[in-house]
Design a protein. Structure first.
Length: 411
């Protein structure tokens, strides 16, 4: 256990240091998640000062649960970032993006995996489902902060936020369909997926999360009216709601990630957002640094040897997935997405669909269910590649997009 405690101490020290130099890091090509990842690599594979294999019999389980909690906190922040009424006003374009868009991305990613790796169609679909979620942690660097606000329109930023928040949970049925068909007979597998994974897990998560968020919002309003709550307790309330939604969903055996996002959106609609700008800034800062430990842990656990077994297909997979998993789908669907009125908007959002924490969670979960180690190998490789590539290109591409956005609007 001492090794585990040393690991947590090291992770805490890294996050503290990154916080002290966060302003300097923002002037470089390094994003905070990428800096945390590099710190984990330095302490783990490079110097062998920390080895998660010595923490206990199941280090991947630690990463899985850390990813789950990280997503819960991040998704609450995403839900609170959306302005009141945005989802009601823009439900059609968001539905196209997370409905047709995810389906196209799933098929595209799965086809790439099938063509480049020697796997069955079901395994390819499983890997494709794992890598389709848009990471809300990494995406926050594109949709929040002064650089984003100065260069990216509100509708584009809110569209990416809504997508990254909702598709993390909605990726679940895309992952579970091939997972169920790999482990059960097709006749019973389809029925189980439709009734349990789709209707109960997803539908139940949306309904339960919305009810929980509405109830929590009304309780907060009532407490404020009776002056029984301090004004600066809003952050604690939202963090507690995140953990309550996640834990309750796991006890009910429904999708915890989608439950948290639904609860956050419903809570935000009840409480309102205009008077909470200061609190939301605090929430964003808290989210930013609370989510960094997962990338340190990931850096400690990178499966370098497994990546090498992919051979030439590994780099080819990275290039093909980053270029073709998302961008063609966004350009194809742009006429149906009113919040992306210009080609440049679709191209920008099509490029910045980072692969991150949700993929780590689903990769470990899918590996546990099916025994297919390839899903962890490819999933972890794509998270690493996305962190590096999207982290390096975020600021330069955002400045470029901002300079060219107005000329594009007149075409």
């Amino acid at each position: 256990m001492q090794e585990l405690y040393l690991g947590w101490a090291a992770v805490g020290a890294i996050v503290l240091v990154l916080g002290l130099y966060s302003s300097l890091l923002k002037r470089t090509i390094l994003s905070l998640p990428m800096a945390a990842l590099l710190a984990g690599i330095a302490l783990g594979p490079a110097l062998d000062l920390l080895n998660p294999a010595r923490w206990g019999p199941s280090p991947e389980k630690i990463l899985e649960e850390a990813a789950r909690v990280t997503l819960a906190i991040a998704l609450m922040g995403v839900a609170l970032r959306l302005p009141p009424g945005f989802l009601k006003r823009c439900w059609k374009p968001v539905s196209v993006l997370v409905g047709l868009g995810m389906a196209l991305m799933w098929l595209s990613a799965s086809l790439i995996v099938y063509l480049l790796l020697d796997v069955s169609p079901l395994v390819a679909l499983l890997v494709g489902g794992v890598i389709i979620p848009t990471d809300p942690v990494v995406a926050s660097s594109v949709v929040s902060g002064k650089v984003a606000e100065d260069n990216v329109s509100e509708d584009v930023r809110h569209t990416l936020s809504a997508e990254s928040g909702s598709n993390d949970g909605l990726a679940y049925p895309f992952v579970m369909l091939p997972a169920v068909l790999l482990t059960q007979p097709a006749s019973s597998g389809w029925t189980y997926w439709l009734t349990h994974n789709l209707i109960v897990d997803v539908g139940g998560a949306v309904l339960f999360g919305a009810l929980l968020g509405i109830a929590s919002g009304h309780l907060l309003r009532k407490a404020e009216a009776k002056h029984t709550v301090e004004h600066d307790s809003f952050l604690a309330h939202t963090v507690a709601l995140s953990l309550l939604a996640l834990g309750s969903a796991k006890l009910l055996d429904i999708n915890g990630i989608l439950t948290v996002f639904a609860a956050g959106v419903a809570f935000d609609q009840v409480v309102g957002g205009s008077e909470r700008s200061a609190e939301e800034n605090v929430q964003e800062a808290f989210n930013q640094f609370f989510t960094l430990p997962i990338f340190v842990l990931f850096g400690l656990m990178l499966p370098w040897q497994q990546w090498l077994t992919l051979g030439w297909a590994g780099p080819a997979l990275v290039v093909a997935v980053l270029l073709l998993r998302r961008l063609p789908a966004l350009l194809l669907l742009r006429p149906l997405i009113s919040t992306l009125p210009h080609r440049l908007d679709a191209a920008y959002i099509g490029w910045f669909g980072p692969i991150g924490v949700a993929t780590l969670l689903y990769a470990i979960h899918a590996k546990t269910l099916t025994g297919e180690n390839l899903v962890w190998t490819v999933g972890s490789l794509m998270v690493f590649a996305s962190l590096v590539v999207h982290g390096v290109t975020a600021s330069p591409f955002t400045f470029w997009y901002g300079r060219h956005r107005k000329p594009e609007q007149h075409r």
